[in-house]
Design a protein around this ligand. Structure first.
Ligand code: ADP
Ligand code: MG
Length: 269
């Protein structure tokens, strides 16, 4: 009996330590838009220096989880810590690439200006854009293979090209935690390759990358860790442990054919 009590308290200590060092630690997070919760009582502990996929069916609360982590939507309950500190103190260390469909590009904006928005925190609202800021922005465009498009209107680009520009803006922020919502949705193969190469280079530089991801077939290839969600957390951990036919079945239920799950187990090896 005594031993049990000690075990519990030890676990508590480990969890606290994880919360202090994790790039993003979420505890007891519940978000509702109306009556029904979109995210319910979710705990998440992102591992530093890794690539983590957030996975779950449509409407599972993946985008809501990211938005709540960023303070874009208010939670009913729960708390968020970024590198062991409250979100408000750490915003400058987070870069966010929202789901592309959520952005309206009727407003005419040049590509280079979109990337420069990533520098506003450094510039301040009244700060002057200087030569070196333009150089940084152009370097970031080069890194995503969009160096030749700096002066184009963002609305004139293809979906994949726009997605690369948003990644360039996130790079300009020079953050430590990158949150991307379905960056590969509806992009061409070349763009997918360009994006994953950049994300892997961020990881190689010690950054933490969290991606809402819809393509189950590439999970094992692209990511270290997974976080499976269907309103509630279903599983969290290294791909080999948390991304299994059982956890997928639990997250997707009838929405994923058994054949698909078997196939994935093979892909995963
Ligand atoms: P996912 O990104 O996993 O597809 P979302 O986080 O977008 O899921 O949505 C989770 C649930 O919350 C869904 O049922 C969705 O319809 C609902 N929802 C999302 N955004 C809003 C909103 N702004 N107002 C009302 N309901 C919303
Ligand atoms: Mg979404």
């Amino acid at each position: 009996m005594r031993q049990t009590v000690e075990l519990v308290s030890n676990q508590g200590t480990t969890a606290d330590q994880e919360m202090d060092t994790s790039p993003l630690a979420i505890r007891g997070l519940t978000v509702t838009y109306g009556e029904k919760p979109a995210v319910f009582s979710v705990d998440m502990t992102v591992e530093p220096g890794k690539m983590t996929a957030i996975i779950g069916p449509n409407g599972a609360g993946k985008s809501t989880l990211l938005k709540a982590a960023l303070g874009i939507v208010p939670p009913v309950s729960g708390r968020v810590q970024v590198f062991g500190r409250p979100l408000e103190a750490m915003r400058a260390r987070i870069a966010y690439v929202p789901q592309r469909a959520s952005i309206d590009w009727d407003f005419p904006t040049r590509v280079i200006d979109v990337v420069m928005m990533g520098l506003y925190r450094e510039l301040g609202l009244l700060g002057r854009i200087r030569g070196h800021h333009r150089t940084v922005a152009r370097d970031c465009l080069d890194r995503v293979g969009m160096g030749d498009f700096a002066d184009r209107q963002i609305g004139q680009l293809s979906g994949g090209q726009q997605q690369r520009v948003f990644l360039a803006r996130a790079l300009a922020q020079d953050a430590d935690l990158y949150l991307l919502d379905e960056p590969f949705a509806g992009v061409d193969a070349a763009t997918e390759k360009a994006i994953i190469t950049v994300l892997k280079s961020l990881r190689a530089a010690g950054k933490s990358v969290v991606v809402v991801h819809h393509d189950l077939a590439t999970v094992a290839d692209y990511f270290d860790n997974v976080f499976l969600i269907n309103t509630r957390k279903v599983a969290e951990g290294p791909v080999a442990e948390a991304f299994t036919p059982e956890t997928l079945q639990a997250a997707y239920g009838g929405r994923l054919a058994t054949a698909q799950i078997d196939q994935l187990a093979v892909v995963q090896g």
